[in-house]
Design a protein around this ligand. Structure first.
Ligand code: N01
Length: 552
């Protein structure tokens, strides 16, 4: 493989690797490829780096993993020098960090912005991908790496009359770059997942009135966000070797925290309540790791769910509103838990109303209002916090055809099938970073991104060292992995919720639990073992074998 890109005899530029997306995954992938001497081209549909942090600019957007941990670990200098200002960095600061990384490692010269990858087709004879972009150009590459992100395909709901609405309509996942001013406006927010829960309190401070349209009440834990002190930053900096090691090798979710050693029912009522209270006061995602069986045992889970329901009733003054805000149709944590700042308290404001669209679904949107329960709620602006076609949506938008012309969308018609969440049989030399079948969205994404990028980088080096040209997941290894992913999920409470983890938020999408819930540490070990056993479950071929296969 060459260090410089070259041109084929058709004039198309040729790279060792095409990377799709310049979010945290694509940027680190490019950095590693460069370091190994591979040529790479990154295509990014946005005008800048940052992926999800480039698009999700809605008011209140911030990370729900603490920033000292939601950050790259590959460069010690970077992690020692970057100064996170808050416990959970706001979106502009995370985007600033992404830009800093792009500049610091001189990444931009190999990234083509404002360019979508439209199609990618595998040529079996030459083991080459042909990649066509939205500027009408085609390049070839030995490998394609999809760094397209798990939550990047914003989903506009199919609600009658939505296109007729005459006020401004915004989607949280595709927020404008110019400032949006809600001052004096009556704003409707549809959706109460993380994006709705983060944005409602901010919008309520500005707008004259906010109506929140709730289909499913959500469990949310206070973030307790605050400025970081030097002492806190320095603790992390001094302890990064152990913090990062633990997150990668030992944790379930890629976060350095206590590992619970007892179940919720092992404690009596008072002790359990005081444990929940302590985590509620601490704030953040670790509420769910008070006990080791909250995701496994419904009776145990009920104790945590009851605690949060009681908190909602304490915070929200109007009993009818409090009751509506109390989730009662899914176990806590089985839909991605939310982390908020004053979400429930916002419903005590005189300018905020909650409308239950589960009982009275939206009938239609008129030019000026949302009609539900036979009543028109007049609005000047509408915020769609309706989420994403998660995990597969961005991949599905690219026309990918592999062996025998089969498309990835055809292969995944009944749900995504991968081996280790990294490759799909029939699509040689095509990698997905944090793909379905890997811990991905159930983890601190940056930990999982770095693990996949490092694994792929080692794999490409191995292929180069051994004159191998093509690598492909074997079908039986894939079948076994898909069965394992499903078995592990079936032993948890997760499949009991209509969540985007299950594809349930997209009408017609197959209901399959997409991420791997076996834990970040164990998963990493599995991937390492597979590599150590000569990439067991992957077929690897050299040029001569490919030619022989083509001739026979
Ligand atoms: O999207 P969601 P999100 N009519 O799918 C409702 C990450 N994230 O953007 O639950 C009416 O969770 C839908 O209702 P229901 C994080 O992983 C992270 O909020 O399907 N309502 C739900 O209430 C998160 O989990 C951060 O019944 C409709 C809401 O819209 C993921 O992104 C911040 C509807 C969608 O909730 C997605 O979060 C933000 C319809 N037709 C996001 N369609 C961080 O803090 C959907 N809904 C890092």
């Amino acid at each position: 493989m060459s260090v410089q890109s070259s041109a084929t005899n058709t004039g198309a530029a040729r790279y060792d690797v095409v990377v799709v997306g310049a979010g945290f995954a694509g940027m680190y992938m490019l950095h590693r490829l460069r370091g190994l001497g591979f040529t790479a081209r990154v295509y990014e549909q946005g005008s800048g780096v940052g992926g999800t942090w480039y698009w999700n600019r809605y008011p209140g957007a911030r990370c729900d993993v603490e920033s000292m941990q939601y950050s790259y670990s590959f460069s010690d200098e970077l992690q020692q020098q970057w100064n996170w200002s808050e416990r959970y960095a706001p979106q502009p600061e995370i985007l600033q960090y992404a830009n800093h990384v792009a500049d610091r490692f001189d990444l931009r010269r190999d990234i083509q912005f404002d360019t979508r990858v439209e199609r990618a087709s595998f040529d079996e004879r030459d083991n080459l991908w042909s990649v066509t972009t939205s500027d009408g150009k085609t390049v070839t590459a030995r490998f394609v790496v999809l760094a397209t992100g798990c939550l990047s395909n914003a989903r506009k709901p199919d609600i009658k009359g939505l296109d007729r609405f005459e006020g401004k309509v915004y989607h949280t996942g595709h927020w404008p770059h110019d400032e949006v001013d809600f001052t004096g406006l009556r704003v409707g927010v549809i959706g109460t997942g993380s994006s709705g829960i983060q944005s409602v309190p901010m919008i309520a401070e500005e707008a004259s009135h906010v109506t929140v349209f709730q289909r499913t009440a959500q469990f949310s834990i206070p973030a307790r966000n605050a400025g970081l002190t030097d002492e806190e930053r320095n603790w992390f900096r001094a302890n990064y070797p152990e913090v990062r090691r633990f997150a990668r090798e030992q944790s379930k979710n890629g976060i350095y925290t206590e590992m619970p050693d007892r179940g919720a029912l092992d404690d009596g009522d008072n002790k359990r309540r005081s444990n929940y209270e302590a985590r509620w006061q601490r704030g953040g995602l670790t509420f769910m790791t008070v006990y080791n069986n909250l995701a496994l045992d419904k009776t145990a889970n009920d104790t945590a769910a009851d605690f949060v329901r009681d908190k909602i009733a304490e915070i929200v003054r109007d009993p009818a509103t409090a009751q509506l805000l109390q989730p009662n149709d899914h176990p806590i944590g089985s839909k991605r838990i939310c982390i908020d700042t004053d979400y429930f308290a916002t419903f005590n404001r005189p300018n905020v109303a909650l409308v239950d669209i589960k009982t009275n679904p939206i009938e239609e949107i008129t030019k000026t209002a949302i009609r539900t329960g036979g009543k028109d709620i007049e609005l000047d602006a509408l915020v769609l916090a309706t989420g994403f076609d998660a995990m597969t949506g961005s991949v599905a938008k690219i026309a990918i055809s592999g062996r025998g012309g089969q498309t990835l969308n055809q292969k995944w018609a009944d749900g995504p099938r991968t081996y280790l969440g990294l490759m799909s049989a029939g699509f040689p030399n095509l990698f997905v970073i944090t793909g379905p079948g890997s811990p991905s969205v159930l983890s601190n994404m940056i930990v999982s991104i770095e693990q996949h990028v490092d694994w792929i980088s080692d794999c490409l080096s191995h292929m180069r060292d051994n004159a191998l040209e093509a690598m492909e997941a074997e079908r039986d290894a894939e079948d076994r992995w898909v069965a394992h992913v499903n078995d592990v999920a079936a032993n948890t409470l997760y499949p009991q919720a209509n969540s985007w983890y299950m594809g349930a938020n997209i009408p017609g999408k197959p209901r399959i639990f997409m991420p791997y819930i076996g834990g970040v540490g164990p998963y990493r070990q599995i991937c390492n073992d597979v590599a150590a056993r000569g990439y067991e479950g992957f077929a690897m071929t050299g040029r001569r074998q490919t030619q022989q296969a083509a001739a026979s």
